[in-house]
Design a protein around this ligand. Structure first.
Ligand code: CP3
Length: 347
C-alpha cells in the first residue's frame, strides 16, 4: 500500500484490517436530503448535466464530507451514464425517475462504444479534481452499475418493481441478452479503469436488482458479468479494491465473493447478521443499516446501529446503509447515526 493510502481508514479495512470505530460513509450521501445539494442541483439544466459538469459534480461530492466528515467520498454521477455513453437517449425527469427508449435485439446488435469515453470524459475530469482536492485521509470511491442492473433499465426503459421485462427478454432472447451484458461489462471495465487512473482509490459495482433472479440466472446475469468487469480491471494491471453490492441476493451471497473475485461485499439490510459474520471471515463487508431507520430516528436508529457494531465490529467492517439514504431522512438523524458509530472515540 502506498504511503498516502496507509492514512485512509477505509482502504485499510478493504485490505482486511479491523478498525474501531469502523470507517463510515453512506450510499447516496450526496442527494436531495441535503439543502446544499438541492441548491446546487438548480444550477444544472437537468440531472445528466449535473453529472457531466465537473464544477457542479465536484461540489456535490464534497458536500456530505464537509458537513459530516465521512471517511469516503463517492464520485457524484449515476449508473445510467453508461447506457448514455452507448448512445441511448437517457433522461431523468423530476418525480418519475430515469427513462430511455426500450432496447430490442436489433438495438443491442447496433450498440457501439466508439464515442463512450468522449461522453464520459467529464466524469474522469471530476475524479481527477476530487483526487487532488480531498484530504489525505478521505477515500475516493469510483463506481458503475453491474451489467444486470444497467440492462434492466435499458430493456424496460424505466424502473420497474420486479424487472419482469428484462427477465422475460433474457429467457426469450438469450444470445442478444448475453451480448448486452458483455457490451456493458466491457465498457464498465474500461470506465472503472479510467476512474482509477484519474485517482479513485477503490470502486463499487452496484447490482441493485440482484434480488429478482433464480440461482441459475443469478450465476449467468449477475456473477459472470461482474467477474468479467473485475477480470478486465486486473488484466489492465489495476489493483484497486472492488466492492460488489448484489443487493437482496440473500442466500446467493454465499460463494459470490469468490466467484466474482470482489474484494469486499456490500450488504443490504435483509442480510441476517449471523450470515454477514460468516461472509466477513473471507474479507471486508460493508453495510447494512435499513435506510428507513434514518427516517424513524430515536431508539430504533440507535438499536439498529448497535446490533451491526455488535455483530460485525470485531472484523473488517465499513459502516454504511443497506441501500441509499432517502430524501425524507432528517439531517439530525444522520448526525445521530455518525455519533453512535464513532462512539466514545468520536473526535
Ligand atoms: O451515492 C452517491 O452519493 C453518488 C451518486 C449516485 C447517484 N446514483 C446519484 C443520483 C450513485 C452511486 C447512484 C447509483 C444508482 N443510480 C443506482 C444504484 C444504487 C441504487 O440506488 O440502487 C441506480 C439503480 C441508479 C439509477 C437511478 N438514478 C434512479 C432509479 C434514480 C431515480 C430515483 C431517485 O432517487 O430519484 C436516479 C437519480 C439519482 N441518482 C439521484 C441522485 C442524487 C436523484 C436525482 C435528482 O437529484 O433529481
Amino acid at each position: 500500500m502506498s504511503g498516502i493510502q496507509a492514512q485512509k481508514a477505509m482502504m485499510r479495512v478493504l485490505k482486511g484490517e479491523t478498525l474501531s470505530p469502523p470507517p463510515l460513509w453512506m450510499m447516496r450521501q450526496a442527494g436531495r436530503y441535503l439543502p446544499e445539494y438541492r441548491e446546487t442541483r438548480k444550477q444544472a439544466k437537468n440531472f445528466l448535466d449535473l453529472c457531466y459538469s465537473p464544477d457542479l459534480a465536484v461540489e456535490v461530492t464534497h458536500q456530505p464530507i464537509r458537513r459530516f466528515g465521512f471517511d469516503a467520498a463517492i464520485l457524484f454521477s449515476d449508473i445510467l451514464v453508461v447506457p448514455h455513453a452507448l448512445g441511448r437517449d437517457v433522461t431523468f425527469s423530476e418525480g418519475s425517475g430515469p427513462a430511455m427508449p426500450p432496447i430490442d435485439a436489433d438495438g443491442i446488435h447496433a450498440l457501439s462504444d466508439v464515442k463512450a469515453h468522449e461522453v464520459l470524459a467529464p466524469v474522469y475530469e471530476t475524479v481527477r479534481r476530487l483526487a487532488a482536492e480531498l484530504a489525505a485521509e478521505t477515500t475516493l470511491i469510483g463506481f458503475c452499475g453491474a451489467p444486470w442492473t444497467v440492462a434492466t433499465y435499458m430493456i424496460a426503459g424505466h424502473g420497474t418493481p420486479d424487472q419482469a421485462p428484462a427477465r422475460l427478454f433474457a429467457y426469450r432472447e438469450p444470445a442478444a441478452f448475453e451480448r448486452l451484458l458483455d457490451v456493458i461489462a466491457d465498457l464498465s471495465a474500461e470506465y472503472l479503469f479510467r476512474q482509477v487512473q484519474a485517482g479513485a482509490d477503490c470502486v463499487q459495482i452496484f447490482d441493485s436488482w440482484a434480488s429478482v433472479l433464480d440461482d441459475e440466472s443469478f450465476a449467468r446475469f449477475c456473477i459472470r458479468p461482474v467477474r468479467r468487469i473485475i477480470d478486465g480491471l486486473r488484466a489492465r494491471g489495476c489493483t484497486a479494491p472492488v466492492i460488489a453490492f448484489p443487493k437482496g441476493a440473500s442466500a446467493l451471497y454465499q460463494g459470490y465473493r469468490e466467484a466474482t473475485r470482489a474484494d469486499a461485499l456490500g450488504l443490504d439490510w435483509t442480510m441476517p447478521l449471523g450470515m454477514a459474520r460468516d461472509l466477513q471471515k473471507e474479507g471486508a463487508v460493508q453495510g447494512n443499516l435499513d435506510p428507513l431507520l434514518l427516517i424513524a430516528g430515536g431508539d430504533a436508529l440507535d438499536h439498529g446501529v448497535d446490533r451491526i457494531l455488535q455483530a460485525l465490529g470485531s472484523g473488517p467492517l465499513i459502516f454504511n446503509l443497506g441501500h441509499g439514504i432517502t430524501p425524507q431522512a432528517p439531517i439530525s438523524n444522520v448526525t445521530r447515526m455518525i455519533k453512535r458509530v464513532r462512539g466514545a472515540n468520536a473526535g
